[in-house]
Every structure is written in structure tokens, then in C-alpha cells.
Design a protein around this ligand. Structure first.
Ligand SMILES: Nc1ncnc2c1ncn2[C@@H]1O[C@H](COP(=O)(O)OP(=O)(O)OP(=O)(O)O)[C@@H](O)[C@H]1O
Length: 670
């Protein structure tokens, strides 16, 4: 079957189906974002397949003498002085015409992702990139990012949102404010239709622990999010990784259809099956950072044939090329033979280069700003307040549906409060009771602290990948994201702390006074909120989730050490006292202790003269060196620590971001 006709036929059939499915779809309920969603859904799908290409400017891309190298090691001894530089991309030149579907193929480590990232402006600020990259004949500028999309290899999406909700939030955030909500929803519908996501529309994205859409649908949802801004050029890194061959064909067919509509598609791919290979218009083969072939995919077999490498009949050309351009290091003989072949192919390509990709050939000229839907826009498409509302809604939905972490915290609270209750229920009122009461108080501070930190370090580091992607696309400000996240999640996360503190307070038999109880509860809630900030700070600093999981307990234990229980606050060396002032555990311990012990009498000192006998709680507070504070002062200091922790977490999140090589300042090779 002609793959192109196949795609078109499937696409048209899908279009009708999606339109029908969209009309039947249930709109989620909730706040303003959801309201926008409902409006979008209740409308008639007048033009579900509204052509995105109508507004798309055609974009071509050229690159000349592109070199990318990184310093992998710096020598120590004199003989090794200087740097060891690894050349990842070597003198690459080429042109991608507007509206073509280009596949970048090559063995692992050949530089495919590096080239894709260099062209897309997503190469991290590691190493040196030089050469020339032109878009429609001109150097890239900031507009370039707004008319292009980049689809990462990993599908980083919120697992508990449905496909529809994922796309709706993305549309509300990324499309210009002056576009009406209805138009935004039309855009969502049209993309759902274009990418064949109709059936999956109301299914959650899912993850390894929770079944959601299929791998192919998740990949298409990922592509759909990036498609919302109606990009003229789409870069994709291994869009078929992790998919079975049928799903892979579906995804690649969808991309082929997008190219047919005038978009330029550049995608890396590992080893496509022959029906996927047939979808590519142009093929770029890389080996060891050098070009082996770049031209029509249909002529690649003939090109290899002309170099003495004949592809057997009925053999997948992609497999054949990979066999011929990979280095085989299984034994020295094979390595020598394969190295010689790759070098020959690299040299042959260099000879052909001026003829095959003449500078400026087939280059589309055109003003990129014509591809912008709102050229007056600043860095962000939507206003701060809309971003805040949408992110608040999303954070609430994600957290309330992601029940496992909440359930774990809840079960921990119930189990631990029962154990603590059983252990301390006969705590009494004698001298031993003093030790027992302060023991249970300190244990409460520790439990609440771990609860606050763990709920963040087990969820937020994973979420950071999504945030990184969204920030790279300038979807929203961190100043909108951070408060929305904290405010939306807090009511759900704090429940475990409320249960623990309440049960322990009454089972142990702390003072039967409503005012005292509510102050005690407030101290616990405040400590939890402060430790939430510490958890977010740790997660924002940690480069990976495992680092966050290691760092979180470490920081909590330090807070514990300086908490005033293991070491008397006056015994802490003066130079280190500032650390204890930063510990939410210390302020909670002080608040809890004063609230419970102040004004309370303890038996067992009638005939005792030793100063270690404490007839009143106030005496014991003096012994703990916390008699100078009041409950409200401890809450006040805790408030400062809480605000400080959240502020630092926000600042870290804001500035600890991936930095890319500049778009324009590529140095020309001398
Ligand atoms: N930041 C970096 N530090 C060190 N080496 C790097 C870095 N980035 C890329 N490389 C190296 O450059 C080479 C090309 O990497 P790249 O990811 O572009 O290859 P690839 O063809 O996409 O590989 P794969 O198919 O395995 O994803 C590899 O040897 C890789 O180890």
C-alpha cells in the first residue's frame, strides 16, 4: 500500500470519528479552567479538522560546518596537561526543505540527539557548538522557539490527568490570552483529531504503577501538547522508543500527516521497520558524528549501491544501513573492516557535499513572525492570573487522584498514632511522666517533620521533569506555579498530620483544654507546612529523585539534632546556634512543650531536695532552656522559618533550570 495514501485515508476516517467522540465527551467540573473546558466541549464541532496549516509559516533549515565538542577530562600530570576534547559532531552541513519529514538515523552514540538538539536550540550549555544555523535563510532568533516544538524522548506528562485535561491545561497556558477559550478548545479538538487521540481522550495518562493510555497514545499526547502552539517545525527525539512496531507506525504516520500539511518534521529514530522507513522523505545518516548520507530516503539504497554496498532484495533498508555504518568491535578483524567501511563512506560523502546540499538550495524565504499567532506577545502567552488558576486546578486534580502517596501518609499516621497511644496511654503525672511527656512531644515533632518532607521528596522530583519541559516552552512563570502547587496540595497533604496530632493528644492525655488542643494542633500544622517547604527546597536542589530521597532524611535528621531534645539548647556551641534557629523541629518542640507543661504540677518531689526534681512544668521548661519563649512566639518564629523555606525553594526552583546554548551566538569556525 502506498503509505501516503494510507495515512490520508486513515486520517480522514479518524477525523469523523473524533468529531463524534468529542461531542459525546464529558467535561470535567471544577474551577475556571474546568469551566473553560466545559464551554469548549459544549460547542458544536463545526470544523474539527480545522487546518492548522492555514496559519503555519513554512520553515526551512540550513546548517553549515556544524561542530560540537565537549571537554570530557582535564589532565592532571604535566604530560597530560590540557584538555581531552570529544568531538561529537564533525563538520556537518545540510538543508531541510519546508514541509519535509526528515529522519536522523545512526548507531547509538553517533550524535543523533546532539544534532537534533543543536538544530532545535536545545543543546545544553555544556561544550562548544560552532558553525552556522539558518532558518529561512536567516540566523535563528527568539522567534524561532515560538514557531518550533520539541518533543522529548521521555513522555513527561502528569500521570493522573486525562488526555483531554492535559491538552486543555496546555492550551490555556500556552495559547495567547486574546484567543477565546472556545477557540482554544477548538484547537484541542483539532489536534486530538489530527493525532487520532479520540478514543483515549477521557483516559488518564497513567504511569508504571497505574494503567492509563497505551504507550503510543501517551507518545501522541506528548506530541499533541507541543503541537498546540501550531508550530511550523517539530523536532522529535526517538518518538518510537518503548513502543511496539504497530504503535510506532501509528505515531510516525501521524507525523507524516503533519508534514503533508506543510510542517517540517525532523526526528531521530533508532531502527524503523520498513513501513515506517517508507514514510520518510529525507534520510540523514550519521556515524561517529559525521554525515554518511543526507538526501531522499528513496534514493539512499541506490547511493549505497554506488559505493559498492548493495542492499539485498526484500531487506529493510534501515537495517541494512545500520549494519553498514556501525562499528563492529566484537573482534579486531571486524573492527578494522567496519572502521574502514565507515571512513570510506564518510569520505565519499564529503566529496559529494557541495553538489548534494548546495548552500541556499530549496530554502524557503519568509518572515518567521508571520507564523506567530500573536506577535505582540512577550515571553509568556497567558497572564499570571490565568496561569495561577490553571495550575491550581491541575495540582489539585493531580494530587487528589494520585492517591497512593496520600494513602501511605494516612495509614502511617493512623498506625503510628495507635502505637504511640498504646505506649503512652498510662503516662501519669509523676517525675517519670515528665520524661515520657517530653518524649512523646519530641516524637510528634519528628513524625510530623518526616511526614512533611517525605510527601514532597517522593512526589516532586518526578514532577520536576514535567516542569522543566513546560518551562523550556515558556508555558508559565514559576511565580504562578509555586504558590498554586503549595496551596492546592496542602489541604490534602496536611490531613495525615491533623489525624496523628489529634489522636496522640487525646490518647496520651495532654491537657483537657480546647484552647490548648487547638494551639497544639496549629503548632503541628505549622511545622508540617515548614517541613513541606524544606522538602520542596531539597527536591529543587537535588539533580535527580534518588538524590532528593537521600538528602531529605539527612536534612530532617540535622533539624532533629538541633531540635532541643537530644542536646540542651544552651549546650549547643554558640557558633552553631543559628542552625537550631532554622530548625522547624526546634520551634515545634518549644511550642508543644510550653503548651503542655506550662502551669502543670508533677508529683514525687514532696520530700526530695535534689534540684533534678521538677515539681512544676515551668521548672522543667527552665531545665530545657526554653522558659523564655511563649507558645505564640514559637509559632511566630516557625512562621518566619516556614516562609524562608518556601521562599528559598521558590528561588532555587526558579534559577536551577536547564540552560541551553544561545540561539544566535554560534561562533563561526575559523
Ligand atoms: N554532555 C555530555 N557529556 C559527555 N558526553 C556526551 C555528552 N553529550 C553527548 N555525549 C556523547 O556524545 C556522543 C553522542 O551522543 P548522542 O546522545 O548525541 O548520541 P545518539 O546517537 O543520540 O545516541 P543514542 O542513540 O544512544 O541516544 C555519545 O558518545 C555521548 O556519550
Amino acid at each position: 500500500m502506498d503509505p501516503e495514501n494510507g495515512i490520508h485515508a486513515a486520517h480522514t476516517a479518524n477525523g469523523a470519528h473524533e468529531a463524534h467522540a468529542a461531542l459525546e465527551m464529558q467535561a470535567p467540573h471544577g474551577d475556571a479552567a474546568a469551566h473553560d473546558l466545559e464551554k469548549g466541549h459544549s460547542r458544536k464541532l463545526k470544523d474539527a479538522t480545522l487546518s492548522l496549516s492555514a496559519q503555519t509559516v513554512r520553515v526551512s533549515l540550513e546548517w553549515r560546518q556544524l561542530n560540537y565538542s565537549i571537554v570530557v577530562k582535564k589532565g592532571k600530570g604535566k604530560a597530560e596537561e590540557g584538555k581531552v576534547t570529544k568531538r561529537i559532531l564533525k563538520n556537518l552541513s545540510g538543508t531541510v526543505r519546508a514541509g519535509t519529514f526528515v529522519a536522523i538515523m545512526g548507531p547509538t552514540g553517533s550524535g543523533k540527539t546532539s544534532l537534533l538538539n543543536a538544530l532545535a536550540g536545545r543543546l545544553q550549555r555544556v561544550g562548544t557548538l560552532d558553525g552556522e544555523i539558518l532558518v529561512n535563510g536567516k540566523p535563528r532568533e527568539n522567534t524561532f522557539k515560538r514557531i518550533t516544538a520539541y518533543v522529548m524522548q521521555d513522555d513527561v506528562l502528569y500521570s493522573s490527568l486525562t488526555v483531554q485535561e492535559t491538552l486543555t491545561t496546555a492550551a490555556l497556558l500556552r495559547l495567547p490570552s486574546k484567543m477565546s477559550p472556545q477557540k482554544k478548545m477548538e484547537r484541542v479538538d483539532s489536534i486530538v483529531s489530527e493525532l487520532g487521540l479520540g478514543k483515549a481522550r477521557n483516559t488518564i495518562i497513567g504511569n508504571a504503577f497505574r494503567r492509563g493510555v497505551s504507550g503510543g497514545e501517551r507518545k501522541r499526547a506528548n506530541i499533541a501538547v507541543e503541537m498546540l502552539s501550531n508550530p511550523s517545525m517539530i523536532f522529535l527525539d526517538e518518538p518510537t522508543s518503548g513502543l511496539d512496531s504497530f504503535q510506532a507506525l501509528n505515531v510516525m504516520s501521524s507525523l507524516g500527516a503533519l508534514a503533508d500539511k506543510g510542517r517540517t518534521i525532523i526526528s531521530t529514530i533508532h531502527q524503523p521497520r520498513s513501513s515506517i522507513y517508507a514514510l520518510f522523505e529525507d534520510l540523514l545518516l550519521l556515524s561517529e558524528g559525521e554525515m554518511i548520507y543526507f538526501g531522499p530516503a528513496s534514493q539512499a539504497v541506490a547511493y549505497f549501491d554506488s559505493k559498492g554496498l548493495t542492499c539485498p532484495q526484500h531487506f529493510n533498508p534501515a537495517d541494512f544501513f545500520m549494519d553498514k555504518i556501525s562499528l563492529d568491535s566484537r573482534d579486531p578483524e571486524r573492527e578494522k573492516e567496519s572502521t574502514g567501511r565507515v571512513k570510506m563512506l564518510q569520505a565519499e560523502w564529503q566529496k559529494n557535499l557541495p553538489e548534494v546540499t548546495p548552500a541556499g538550495a530549496d530554502v524557503t524565504k519568509g518572515d518567521l513572525s508571520k507564523g506567530l499567532e500573536d506577535s505582540s506577545l512577550g515571553k509568556y502567552a497567558s497572564s499570571w492570573i490565568l496561569q495561577f488558576r490553571v495550575l491550581l486546578w491541575r495540582a489539585f486534580i493531580q494530587t487528589s487522584r494520585d492517591r497512593l502517596p496520600l494513602m501511605i501518609a494516612l495509614v502511617q499516621s493512623i498506625v503510628m498514632s495507635c502505637i504511640v497511644g498504646a505506649l503512652f496511654s498510662t503516662v501519669g503525672n509523676d517525675q517519670k511522666a515528665l520524661q515520657n511527656r517530653t518524649g512523646v512531644i519530641f516524637f510528634t515533632t519528628i513524625f510530623v517533620a518526616f511526614n512533611g518532607v517525605f510527601q514532597m521528596i517522593t512526589t516532586f522530583p518526578v514532577e520536576r521533569a514535567v516542569i522543566a519541559r513546560e518551562r523550556a516552552a515558556n508555558a508559565y512563570r514559576v511565580s504562578a506555579f509555586y504558590p498554586a502547587k503549595v496551596i492546592a496540595e496542602w489541604p490534602l497533604r496536611v490531613i495525615a498530620t491533623i489525624i496523628f496530632v489529634t489522636v496522640v493528644y487525646w490518647i496520651v492525655g495532654f491537657q483537657h483544654d480546647a484552647g490548648k488542643f487547638f494551639r497544639y494542633l496549629l503548632i503541628g500544622i505549622w511545622e508540617f507546612t515548614a517541613m513541606n517547604g524544606v522538602g520542596l527546597l531539597v527536591s529543587a536542589i537535588a539533580p535527580t529523585p534518588p538524590v532528593a530521597l537521600a538528602l531529605g532524611p539527612l536534612v530532617t535528621v540535622i533539624c532533629m539534632l538541633f531540635g532541643g531534645f537530644y542536646i540542651n539548647l544552651n549546650s549547643i556551641p554558640v557558633a552553631l546556634r543559628w542552625i537550631s534557629n532554622l530548625s522547624p523541629i526546634k520551634w515545634a518542640f518549644i511550642g508543644f512543650s510550653i503548651n503542655e507543661l506550662e502551669g502543670r504540677s508533677f508529683s514525687g518531689c514532696a520530700n526530695v531536695t535534689e534540684s533534678t526534681c521538677y515539681s512544676t512544668g515551668d521548672k522543667y521548661l527552665r531545665y530545657l532552656s526554653i522558659e523564655d519563649y511563649t507558645v505564640w512566639e514559637s509559632i511566630g518564629y516557625q512562621t518566619i522559618v516556614m516562609i524562608g523555606a518556601h521562599f528559598l525553594a521558590y528561588i532555587t526552583l526558579r534559577y536551577n533550570r536547564v540552560r541551553y546554548q544561545p540561539l544566535t551566538a554560534i561562533k563561526k569556525k575559523q
